[in-house]
Design a protein around this ligand. Structure first.
Ligand code: UGA
Length: 431
């Protein structure tokens, strides 16, 4: 099929290149001409494992191209995916001006039937408004369908998530739309759940909110574990063995970050409020997430006694491994808070340092993890990159001024590090 993706950000690029890989002819469009110019030269604006190579091979096979012309994208495709950003406004509400703009442009340029697939994360009823906006701006009465097809890709494993989804959700209301969208996803051979449009929109927000709830729940439990001397990893394992609970998203840590959970939770709470539903549970989830970082910060302060004039090594800056994304990254919050107290920070991240440099002007960025350990009073693990799991701790101990490791991601075995003479503090395992 001829498919256009409007919005070449994280979701748009991954979706576009994966649909091209399935054999479609895909045009990825974006109003940011600089980004498109870069993409045409295979300069990919984000780090996502495998993405650059996949883009290069699909461009070479002429299945994928880039344009800054929305007109070209609309004219040359029968299916248009909307994947523009929906950032948070001050009050937490999702800013849908990008979506409205795309809908107006689709209406302006379409010259026959189009299937419009809404993929950006949006509040319930957005598809209704997209439909209304297109209808109101159409010059000729061309037919079109709007479907809601939320995405569930995770940064760092997005290509794999696209190819092996647990489920594909599509909210739709016409047979033609059903036939077209199911034929696009058929090669994946995965279950497609067809729902009404509003249900599909709600499934996305409800899923992210539920996952955030699991994280905040286990983080609150980790604080209890710290108080009584239990081990949150054991508690989570014991809970997760119950199939009704499940083992995923029960890793206690520094709280959830990234571009999705914090924003989507705000938007979900906001739309619920607007509809007259006071979703108190989610407000508590959000509050617990903030509290978890404060709790960790207190742990760092207590173990150093005076933070002022101490040098602290921080391993990991991105909000999670395998990405260079720093949006709502707990590491950034921690570093700023510790600097405010007068600490000097040395940091290392395998992929996110270029993006971190403009945000953290006083931090000393190191060439590797060992350099970040040299002469510091304490080492904090803020992101669980695999390479941090394989450090040579005999070497690390020699480099640290004081053998204190505060592990915000619980990636080490406390007993092993204690046996080497470290003071080790994890999350929810230090009674
Ligand atoms: C999340 C969802 O998992 C995707 O399904 C969804 O498509 C995406 O948002 C989106 O809406 O676009 P993502 O934000 O990329 O994906 O990353 P996750 O792997 O879900 O992690 C989110 C945050 O939760 C990270 O800060 C991570 O460190 C934290 N987390 C995750 C925990 O603290 N504990 C866990 O057990 C799991």
């Amino acid at each position: 099929m001829n498919i256009s993706i409007i919005g070449s950000g994280y979701v748009g690029l991954v979706t576009g290149v994966c649909l091209a890989e399935l054999g479609n002819k895909v045009i990825c469009a974006d109003s940011d001409a600089k980004k498109i110019k870069g993409l045409k030269k295979n300069i990919v604006p984000i780090y996502e494992p495998g993405l650059e190579e996949l883009i290069a091979s699909n461009v070479k096979n002429k299945r994928l191209k880039f344009t800054s012309s929305i007109k070209e994208a609309v004219l040359k495709s029968e299916v248009i995916f909307i994947a523009v950003g929906t950032p948070s406004l001050e009050n937490g509400e999702a800013d849908l001006t990008g979506i409205e703009n795309v809908a107006q442009n689709i209406a302006k340029y379409m010259d026959g039937y189009r299937l419009i697939v809404e993929k950006s994360t949006v509040p319930v009823e957005t598809c209704f408004w997209i439909k209304k906006t297109i209808a109101a701006n159409l010059k000729n009465k061309y037919k079109f369908d709007v479907v809601s097809n939320p995405e569930f890709l995770k940064e760092g494993s997005a290509i794999n998530d696209f190819n092996y989804p647990d489920r594909i959700i599509v909210g739709l209301e016409s047979i033609k739309a059903r036939e077209m969208i199911t034929s696009i996803y058929k090669p994946l051979n995965k279950p497609i759940l067809i729902t009404n449009i509003k249900s599909a929109e709600l499934i996305k927000h409800a899923s992210n909110a539920f996952l955030a709830t699991k994280i905040s729940f286990i983080n609150a439990v980790s604080q209890l574990c710290d108080k009584v001397g239990a081990d949150v990893t054991e508690v989570a394992r014991g809970m997760g063995l119950d199939n009704r609970i499940g083992k995923y998203f029960l890793h206690a840590g520094l709280g959830y970050g990234g571009s999705c959970f914090p924003k989507d939770l705000d938007a979900f709470i906001n739309i619920a409020d607007k509809l007259g539903v006071d979703f108190k549970l989610l407000k508590a989830v959000r509050q617990t997430n903030i509290q978890q970082l404060e709790f960790f910060l207190k742990k760092v302060k207590n173990s150093l006694w005076m933070v002022k004039s101490k040098t602290i090594g921080v391993l990991g800056l991105s909000f999670k491994p395998n990405t260079d994304d720093l949006r709502n990254a707990p590491a950034i919050y921690l570093i700023r808070a510790l600097e405010k107290e007068g600490a000097k920070i040395k940091a290392y991240d395998p992929k996110a340092m270029a993006k971190a440099k403009p945000l953290l002007k006083n931090v000393v960025f190191c060439k590797d993890a060992y350099s970040a350990c040299r002469g510091v009073d304490c080492l904090i693990i803020a992101t669980e990159w695999n390479e941090f799991k394989e450090l040579d701790f005999v070497k690390v101990k020699k480099l640290l001024r004081r053998p204190l490791i505060i592990d915000g991601r619980n990636i080490y075995d406390p007993a092993a590090l204690q046996a080497l003479g470290f003071t080790y503090l994890g999350v929810g395992k230090n009674g």
